[in-house]
Ligand binder design. Structure first.
Ligand code: ZN
Length: 475
């Protein structure tokens, strides 16, 4: 009989549904928000089922068990994707405290590094680091393999990173033997290109850095007050020119981390205009602070690699984010304590580079960029989420608010005024380079894969709920 049949079908459907996780899981309906993507803005409701975005539309009706968030007057933006952070291996943060700082500031995915030991395979090092992710992470995580020196065996293993879902490597041009390994670098780039693996480069030329330190040391000027002279802009320019040449020669995708100067930016223009896959990142220190901080009383707190630059470079980097010549703003979050940074044993030859930035990067960028400099909301999303997701093989799973994507959403109150205070920072670094800065605009609710992890500014996500996000090779 038809009625029996339909009842049986219904029972079967319910049984099947309870075996499918997303059908058991919760519905979250965000109403009346303004949805901002890199390619446009729309006023809409967003329905989240389980970990994914299920529907975007007007006047959506909540299901019977749905939780409803009213986002009237608020912006819904894709959770930030910050591909460059240091969250293990001797820094003040681990993946738990780093995740908390990231999420509190609207970042839902962080990239950090996997460091294979000498005899360890690249994949085994990822397994080992994934254990830390499973235990500590709240944000989702991607891993870049950072290994050196190069060898035939290491190069042959680069394609395994694509198979492992983590297709990126990082090399430091500031290593004294980088130039001596150049033939292997070219080979590694070719192998990476063919496997769809992105190569990240730290662009400072080792020989010129060495020369600067040698001259300063001969003059007895080894204190950190001489730090800017120890890492001259020309060292960044030469290395960036070489990186652009490597991109032209090999056509491998190359991502330049933490670019700091107008001249380095200029060195990439030709390669980018030619359509080569060379991608540029800058970081908050380089768009908010200039080298005068390295001459002030707390100069040691601001030491990073490369160093803070003169004001025209700061303007050039911010302009680059706005006009599209820089792709990504990433923190290079490298948290130390004040005591570690002020250590009197440090000198131009021995530094602890970097600073904490995860929690305040996006509110400061929003405030200074969207609020003060005419950065469009779409461009804000592109440079803080979508571009990094695309470059590192996460798009469209991450980096966009669209049906089928992970429900990684930061709900921003664009009017909310707040003070940058170290006391509010979840990072274990005990100072912020931006202490006392006033910002307008703040992410008040943050959702990571459908789970509300920051609620009314309060962190509620649990350590271990973050995942290693699997990525597509760049082919
Ligand atoms: Zn770094």
């Amino acid at each position: 009989m038809p009625s029996d049949l339909s009842r049986r079908d219904l029972l079967r459907a319910v049984a099947a549904a309870s075996a499918v996780p997303w059908m058991r899981s919760t519905e979250l309906l965000i109403r009346n928000g303004r949805v901002v993507n890199a390619d446009g803005i729309v006023d809409a409701d967003v329905r989240i089922i389980g970990e994914r975005i299920a529907e975007i539309g007007r006047a959506l009706t909540p299901g019977p068990l749905a939780r409803v968030i009213d986002a009237r007057g608020l912006l819904l933006m894709p959770g930030g994707v910050d591909p460059h952070t240091h969250l293990h291996g001797g820094f003040a943060d681990d993946l738990a405290s780093g995740s908390m700082a990231a999420l509190a500031g609207g970042i839902t995915t962080v990239g950090t590094f996997s460091f294979p030991a000498r005899e360890e395979s690249l994949s085994a090092a990822i397994d080992r680091t994934e254990e830390l992710v499973r235990r500590d992470a709240i944000a989702d995580v991607i891993l870049h393999s950072a290994f050196w020196p190069l060898s035939a065996e290491r190069i042959a293993a680069i394609p395994t990173l694509a198979a492992r879902g983590q297709p990126s490597v990082k090399y430091y041009m500031m290593r004294p033997d980088f130039a001596a390994q150049m033939d292997l670098v070219v080979r590694a780039l070719e192998v990476a290109r063919d496997a769809g693996v992105v190569t990240m480069l730290h662009c400072e030329d080792a020989a010129l850095l060495g020369a600067a330190v040698r001259r300063l040391t001969a003059a007895g000027r080894t204190g950190l007050e001489h730090y800017p002279e120890s890492r001259p802009v020309i060292a960044e320019v030469v290395a960036t020119q070489q990186a652009a040449a490597l991109a032209e020669d090999t056509r491998a995708p190359i991502y330049l981390v933490h670019m700091s100067s107008a001249r380095a930016l200029e060195a990439c223009r030709g390669a980018r205009a030619a359509g080569l896959p060379i991608f540029l990142e800058t970081r908050p220190l380089f768009i908010h602070l200039d080298e005068s901080r390295l001459r002030g009383p707390d100069h040691r707190l601001y030491v990073g690699q490369p160093p803070l630059r003169p004001r025209p470079d700061v303007e050039a980097m911010f302009r680059g984010l706005i006009d599209g010549s820089v792709d990504v703003l990433a923190t290079d979050h490298a948290p130390w304590t004040r005591e570690q940074k002020l250590d009197p044993a440090l000198s131009i030859a021995r530094v602890r580079p970097g600073a904490s930035d995860l929690q305040f990067m996006l509110p400061m960028y929003f405030s200074e960029g969207v609020g003060q400099r005419g950065l469009s909301l779409e461009r804000f999303v592109a440079t803080s989420s979508t571009n990094a997701a695309r470059i590192f093989g996460l798009y469209p799973q991450k980096g966009a608010i669209r049906v089928g994507s992970d429900a990684d959403i930061a709900i921003w109150d664009p009017q909310r005024r707040a003070l940058v205070r170290t006391a509010d920072d979840h990072s274990r670094s005990d100072y912020s380079p931006y202490e006392g800065w006033t910002v307008t605009g703040w992410p008040t609710t943050v959702i990571r894969r459908g789970e509300v992890v920051v609620e009314s500014g309060r962190l509620v996500g649990q350590a271990g709920s973050g995942q290693l996000a699997s990525r597509q090779p760049r082919l």
